[in-house]
Design a binder for this molecule. Structure first.
Ligand code: NAD
Length: 510
């Protein structure tokens, strides 16, 4: 790179971008005096400073959402659909801008960021069908002259609290169904990559979403606690790590809110001896190291059954030197940096920890990390990992893939079922009968059969089991619509003097 090309970047890093809240249809500079740094992880420099909301600022956003609710709720379904088609068109038109903002703060590849936007867009598309999704039931003549019908109505103000790893898609999982169902929304995105959410707010305004219907407040625990205790917030959707998910669920529900809180994961990929080993190795590398392992559906533990182990480890080892680690904006990079220096160092510390615990370090990602200040780490493969090791138990959330070896299918399933997490799992086999038995046996919410990252399409719902989800309903799809609405059943009769009489008995239907 020439000096001329470098100069603007270096300047931008010094002139920090200020990232403000978005309340009632306008940018609002934070006044709490608290803020946090936002980095460009590939360069390892701070590029922005994000305002952290005070309790008063959360209250202002909740008030704006509460005030906007009666009008938004009353907007007809055909008008809401029209607006949602415009939201869809604008997000589609600006998908590259969204992806660039996202890559600059998160670090993932631009192509991966575009993939994230595409998957979020599918949820928006699903929500364009809101008139169909909100259809109720109707029973004519349930009793003589009496009809009964069910309707679903919005809850009021919903809040979303989201993680750093999918700064565009995960908020879309929440605000799209929430708004389509007639709720108003307060989003508290991750403080690590908050800009996409503000950009989205501008797009929603342009699409015709009225002021106050969608608000963004930034911050940390202070903001989250203010949301969880706010009397005007009716529901909270959370995605993040398990300890915070549990806390959000327990605190939110203790304040009478409806809460769905998705937590962390330790996703296993079982490889049976009859599997296509090349296909399994390609899948393991893609799912283990894609987005630098910072995906809640990343494969982090391979379970090699019987004699699959040696061949599988050999095939993966062969592929690893070809994984090109670099700036996510560079078209030939295949894996970007981690989100922060602290996170990179923590992930890297698991390599020594694994060795000390008795695992075999087949490939050490520290040796292949690009130089410079970026938060890079290369790909690491640990073999002979055992369930009692920390490298097995912990969600490392980085490009560290472990292999554990077992003798039988039953042992493999036992490992998965005993694990406290239950987000995603995959099995690689050519045996349809075994695959079918696996889907029956396994205690995990999302199952892949020769598919390593089984993220459900937008018209199903996303969610794990066990410590990967607190609450009853999964996100987006039909369960998302259920989460953001509540049912009402109406029993109706029209005046008919011939059947009117006083009857103090309990209503009979015959
Ligand atoms: P995180 O739990 O640190 O943060 C998530 C959100 O909670 C952020 O908005 C953050 O500001 C807030 N938060 C952080 N600490 C808090 C505290 N003490 N009190 C209240 N709020 C707090 O998660 P992260 O590091 O941003 O994201 C990575 C995690 O998210 C991983 O564990 C990953 O598995 C998980 N994740 C899960 C899913 C899923 O669908 N299950 C999807 C994406 C990410």
């Amino acid at each position: 790179m020439t000096e001329v090309a470098e100069a603007p970047d270096a300047r931008r890093a010094q002139e920090l971008k200020r990232i403000a809240h978005w309340i009632n249809g306008a940018s609002v500079a934070g006044e709490s005096g608290r803020s946090g740094p936002v980095y460009n992880p590939a360069a390892g420099v701070q590029t922005g400073e994000v305002d952290f909301a005070s309790v008063d600022e959360i209250d202002r956003a909740a008030q704006a959402a509460k005030d906007a609710f009666p009008t938004w709720r009353a907007v007809s379904l055909s008008r809401k659909t029209e607006i949602f088609f415009r939201v869809r068109a604008l997000v589609d038109e600006h998908r590259e801008d969204i992806a660039k903002i996202l890559t600059a703060e998160h670090g993932k590849l631009l192509s991966d960021a575009l993939g994230e936007v595409a998957r979020g867009l599918e949820v928006i598309e699903f929500c364009c069908g809101i008139p169909e999704l909100l259809k109720g039931g109707f029973t004519e003549q349930a009793s003589t002259g009496i009809d009964v019908y069910s309707i679903r109505q919005p809850l009021g103000v919903s809040a979303g609290i989201t993680p750093f790893n999918f700064p565009a898609m995960v908020p879309m999982w929440m605000w799209a169904p929430a708004l389509a169902c007639g709720n108003t929304f307060v989003l508290k995105p991750s403080e690590k990559d908050p800009s996409v959410s503000v950009y989205t707010a501008e797009l929603l305004k342009e699409a015709g979403i009225p002021d106050g219907v969608f608000n963004v407040v930034h911050g940390d625990k202070v903001a989250v606690d203010a949301i969880l205790g706010h009397p005007d917030i009716d529901a909270v959707s959370f995605v993040g790590s398990t300890p915070i998910a549990r806390y959000v669920y327990e605190t939110g529900t203790s304040h009478g809110k409806r809460v769905q809180a998705l937590g962390g994961a330790k996703n296993h990929m079982i490889v049976l001896p009859d599997a296509d080993i090349d296909m399994a190795a390609d899948a393991a590398v893609s799912a283990g190291y894609g987005s630098a392992g910072e995906r809640c559906m990343a494969v982090s533990m391979l379970v090699a059954v019987g004699d699959a182990g040696d061949e599988l480890v050999g095939a993966i080892k062969e592929r690893l030197p070809k994984v090109k680690v670099g700036d996510g904006m560079e078209p030939d990079s295949e894996m970007g940096p981690l989100v922060t220096r602290e996170h990179r160092d923590k992930v890297a510390s698991y390599i020594d920890k694994g060795r000390e615990e008795g695992a075999t370090v087949v490939t050490d990602g520290r040796e292949s990390a690009p130089g410079g200040d970026g938060f890079f780490l290369g790909v690491t493969l640990l073999d002979d990992v055992k369930p009692e090791m920390d490298v097995y138990k912990d969600e490392i959330f980085g490009p560290v893939l472990g292999v554990t070896r077992v003798s039988t299918y039953d042992e493999a399933v036992r490992l998965v079922n005993q694990n406290p997490y239950g987000n995603g799992v995959a099995i690689f086999t050519r045996d349809g009968g075994v695959a079918r038995q696996f889907q029956f046996d396994v205690n995990v919410g999302m199952v892949g059969i020769n598919v390593p990252i089984p993220v459900p399409v937008a018209y199903y719902s996303f969610g794990g089991w066990k410590n990967s989800l607190f609450g009853d309903l999964h996100v987006y799809g039909p369960e998302g619509i259920q989460f953001y609405t509540r049912g009402k059943v109406v029993t109706s009769r029209w005046p008919d003097p011939a059947t009117s009489k006083v009857d103090l008995g309990f209503p009979q239907t015959r």
